[in-house]
Design a protein around this ligand. Structure first.
Ligand code: F6R
Ligand code: MG
Ligand code: MG
Length: 380
């Protein structure tokens, strides 16, 4: 069987009202353009909130300049449609004037995998809005390494060997491969630090790819805030991979993710059906959708809107309760993100203005504030 590449490429090229959702004219324009592309064997166009997502199959492999160029042109054209409608933030994720061979680092987010489809190939495409790529670390860990989530890790001999995690260190631009269950604590030690370490891919130990997530960080690319880097991910399911229900299971817990209003607040990740993917309250709460497909060669059979299910009502209710609770903190942490992760802040200006009014504390007073003085002594 021939290899097929599944590419999910997304960008926010303008939305309405404000940063809430993609206008139907942009979806229609994207579909029309993709239909004309010979290299694209099948496609599905959708949106999660203000992000326009192109789900593409082709034979060109990952990081193909031709495929990325097609996606770039679609986003550029949709930017023009957004401008003509005076939509909000038209072209906000298009950080370059012209295409330079790969959309990575140019604004759009990308998750891709090249696979030889099995006899039957179920895949789930996750798409999130008002959050950041680290939102996938907890669920990917639970899907591929936590037997309390994926029963198959214990019950299915094909899953019992565990999986290999590719973890990125986005501060130092490096990666590491770690095996689970053997190095489970090391994986958690890293990916629990969501502002620095991210799960990029997961592999079976025979090298077969199991999951891929987008890890572009717009704020780092542009050097200043230009829009949240809302992530996408692809996960393969069944016979040798976790079952569809195991892959969806972590989302029954609406974990806290960075994003929400102004990309500067922690809030719960709410699993919703695609028509409900329009963050509104406090520009949130952050949303995630899951579209399931069966790959028939390169044909996308589907989608099935997997969170359109009453069994996720509890998660949505809990997410709303958590949103109430977090919102009550107003401008205080931990609703507000740590200083280094704020997308918007007036703090440097406030500090500049107040600089001269700060008084140095006397040495004896300082001591009382020192962390060292408060640290309890070791008892062993
Ligand atoms: C968060 C997001 C929105 C905007 C907010 C302010 O990722 O996109 O919450 O940050 O609506 O938007 P501007 O600065 O465009 O008025
Ligand atoms: Mg936007
Ligand atoms: Mg968005």
């Amino acid at each position: 069987m021939d290899a097929v590449t599944l590419s999910v490429i997304k960008a926010d090229v303008g939305s309405y009202v404000g940063h809430s959702q993609v206008h139907p004219d942009l979806l229609a324009a994207a579909k029309k353009l993709l239909a004309r592309q010979k290299l694209i064997e099948d496609y599905h166009v959708t949106n999660c909130g203000d992000d326009l997502e192109l789900i593409l199959t082709h034979r060109e492999g990952v990081d193909s300049p031709e495929i990325h160029n097609i996606a770039w042109d679609v986003f550029m054209h949709c930017t023009e449609v957004a401008k003509s409608l005076k939509l909000y933030g038209a072209g906000q994720d298009m950080l370059a004037d012209s295409f330079a061979g790969n959309v990575r680092g140019m604004g759009p987010g990308v998750a891709e995998m090249e696979i030889v489809p099995r006899k039957s190939e179920p895949v789930i495409v996750f798409m999130a809005d008002k959050t950041s790529p680290s939102a996938f670390s907890l669920p990917l860990y639970r899907i591929f390494a936590d037997p309390f989530c994926s029963a198959g890790l214990i019950l299915d001999p094909k899953l019992h060997d565990g999986f290999r995690f590719e973890v990125l260190d986005i501060e130092d631009g490096r990666r590491i491969l770690l095996d689970t269950p053997e190095e489970l604590y090391d994986v958690l030690a890293l990916i629990g630090i969501v502002s620095r370490y991210l799960v990029k891919r997961v592999y079976r130990k025979d090298g077969e790819i199991a999951a891929a997530a987008s890890t572009e960080k717009l704020s780092k690319i542009a050097g200043e805030y230009v829009g949240k880097d809302d992530p996408v991910a692809i996960v393969r399911c069944q016979s040798g991979f976790p079952a569809v229900g195991e892959v969806l299971e972590p989302f029954a817990f609406p974990h806290l993710v960075p994003g929400f209003m102004r990309g500067s607040h922690n809030g719960p990740l709410m699993p919703v059906a695609q028509p409900d993917a329009h963050p509104r309250r406090f520009d949130g709460p952050p949303r995630i959708i899951a579209l399931g497909f069966q790959l028939n060669g390169s044909r996308l059979v589907g989608p099935v809107d997997l969170f359109d299910d009453p069994s996720f009502e509890g998660a949505r209710r809990k997410a709303n309760e958590i949103a109430d609770y977090m919102r009550s903190h107003g401008p205080f942490q931990p609703h507000l993100l740590g200083v280094e992760d704020l997308e918007y802040t007036t703090l440097p200006k406030v500090l500049d203005r107040l600089h001269a009014r700060f008084e140095t504390l006397a040495a004896s007073e300082k001591k009382g504030f020192s962390k060292k003085a408060k640290m309890p002594a070791a008892t062993h």
